[in-house]
Design a protein around this ligand. Structure first.
Ligand SMILES: NC(=O)c1ccc[n+]([C@@H]2O[C@H](COP(=O)([O-])OP(=O)(O)OC[C@H]3O[C@@H](n4cnc5c(N)ncnc54)[C@H](OP(=O)(O)O)[C@@H]3O)[C@@H](O)[C@H]2O)c1
Length: 320
């Protein structure tokens, strides 16, 4: 939809992050002409005054709200209070200032971490309210889910157009490989690449390997966000997934193979597995705005590993 992007002022919050870079690539492909990418240093979105200034200065007609405090299980366990409050405040202010200023549309990026711990697989959007999320990521997941309630309430009371998409676990080039915040795929890739380089005889991996996850290539997720901006104006939340569930044990074996590490895998069963299973039903996204993930998982992993090898210093320095 080239016409859609040619004359709209688009603000992408969190554009400097992992998903943000992929969204920027997608906007370049679409030849979007008025894209504004404020950083946290420009406007700290936890501060309502700063959010107001951002809207006043940049005058967006479309906001893609990606900014968040994000991390793997470790970060969620260490800083649940920060992850809760920062995410709650950012989303609350971005949505409410859009309402006050009658910004035509906001796309808010939620997370699969909002689903209840024991959601029937595949996760359907109707299951979001059927239980409490897995404990380690509940503060983050619920802070993000509050934004869905806010969008639906504002739509009902004020007619605000805000849509909410929920990607599964992301992976790809540009991911965060710093141990303080990394998710499972970058953490495993780093472990295996380091162990192979040091000729270590084993690696230790958190948990039992029995949990499962679904992984979405970051450029596929960005495509989902942009398609939702173009074609979706509904109140209901929408999963963005790749329709493949992978046990962590299989994931570890695949990363071991692709990185060339040939030692033993030792499972640290004192560490949490996180949510037992994760895989989403992607049909709403397909029906509502034609989204389908296209990146083959093995190919995506190979690309990610190559990127990491070529950008190790940068990849490990980034904490967001
Ligand atoms: N990564 C995943 O696996 C995953 C899965 C599902 C959903 N999501 C969602 O996708 C979105 C993007 O995640 P990501 O992995 O790309 O995150 P990320 O790499 O950690 O990037 C976070 C971005 O948020 C911005 N930010 C953080 N605090 C801010 C503040 N106080 N004010 C303004 N901006 C702030 C950062 O801005 P600066 O660069 O300026 O510091 C950064 O650009 C998030 O909403 C996340 O919940 C991610």
């Amino acid at each position: 939809m080239p016409g859609f992007w040619s004359d709209r002022r688009v603000v992408v919050t969190g554009a400097g992050g992992f998903l943000g870079h992929a969204v920027q690539r997608g906007l370049i492909r679409r030849e979007a002409e008025h894209v504004l990418v404020p950083t946290a240093a420009d406007y700290d979105l936890r501060d309502r005054g700063a959010v107001g200034e951002m809207y006043a200065d940049l005058q967006p007609e479309l906001v893609l709200h990606l900014a968040a405090r994000v991390g793997g299980i470790g970060a969620n366990q260490l800083r649940p209070g920060e992850l809760y409050l920062d995410n709650l405040l950012m989303g609350t202010y971005v949505i409410d200032e859009a309402r006050l200023r009658e910004t035509p549309k906001v796309v808010v990026v939620g997370t699969i971490c909002s689903y209840p711990k024991h959601t029937p697989v595949p996760f359907r959007e109707e299951s979001l309210w059927q239980g409490y999320p897995e404990e380690t990521n509940a503060p983050y997941g619920l802070a993000k889910l509050a934004q869905l309630v806010q969008l639906q309430s504002n739509r009902a009371q004020y007619g605000q157009n805000g849509v909410y998409v929920m990607p599964t676990n992301l992976y790809g080039p540009g991911d965060k490989f710093n141990a303080a915040v990394s998710h499972v795929i970058p953490a495993l890739i780093k472990k295996c690449v380091d162990a192979a380089a040091e000729r270590a005889d084993h690696i230790e991996v958190w948990g039992t390997g029995s949990a499962s996850r679904e992984f979405l290539y970051v450029d596929d997720a960005a495509e989902g966000v942009l398609l939702a901006a173009e074609h979706y104006d509904g109140a209901e939340p929408v999963n963005l997934g790749a329709q493949q569930e992978m046990p962590i044990k299989d994931l570890v074996e695949l990363i071991v193979e692709l990185t060339g590490f040939d030692g033993e895998i030792r499972w640290d069963r004192t560490k949490p597995d996180g949510q037992p299973r994760r895989s989403v039903d992607p049909s709403r996204a397909a029906e509502a705005f034609g989204f389908k993930a296209t990146t083959d998982f093995r190919t995506g992993l190979e690309t990610t590993i190559s990127w990491y090898r070529e950008n190790k210093v940068e990849a490990e320095a980034r904490t967001h």
